[in-house]
Design a protein around this ligand. Structure first.
Ligand code: FES
Length: 114
């Protein structure tokens, strides 16, 4: 599996989200109580950047800044409308203080499929 080094782990403290790029794909990297999650950064409802939204670490979810849909960070599920399609999820590993994100997501983004 191919991975990309996206950040130093201590650059993204618990409760923080950042937008990174993985093999040309925008990815929202979130730190939930020390556990990193990586999901596609583009909302599945519209063209909004989820890393510009709000992280809810207590529930392990991110809120889209445009219309307020929530997505679970562990499996990408859309849990509140208006979004219905799940986010692609990327594998994440922390090694030697660096965050590595796999280049192959769980599913294609719905905007990328014909
Ligand atoms: S663009 Fe994200 S909920 Fe509409």
């Amino acid at each position: 599996m191919s991975q990309v080094d996206v950040a130093a782990a201590d650059e993204v403290p618990p409760g923080a989200m950042v937008r990174v790029e993985v093999d040309g794909q925008p990815v929202c990297l979130a730190n939930v109580d020390g556990t990193f999650h990586a999901v596609h950064d583009t909302c599945t409802h519209g063209m909004a950047s989820l890393s510009a939204g709000w992280l809810d670490p207590d529930m392990g979810r991110v809120e889209c800044p445009r219309h307020g849909a929530y997505f679970r960070l562990d499996d990408g599920a859309a849990i509140t409308p208006p979004a219905t399609a799940p986010l692609p999820v990327f594998p994440v590993e922390v090694r030697d203080g660096r965050v590595l994100v796999g280049t192959t997501p769980s599913t294609p983004h719905p905007f990328d499929t014909p």
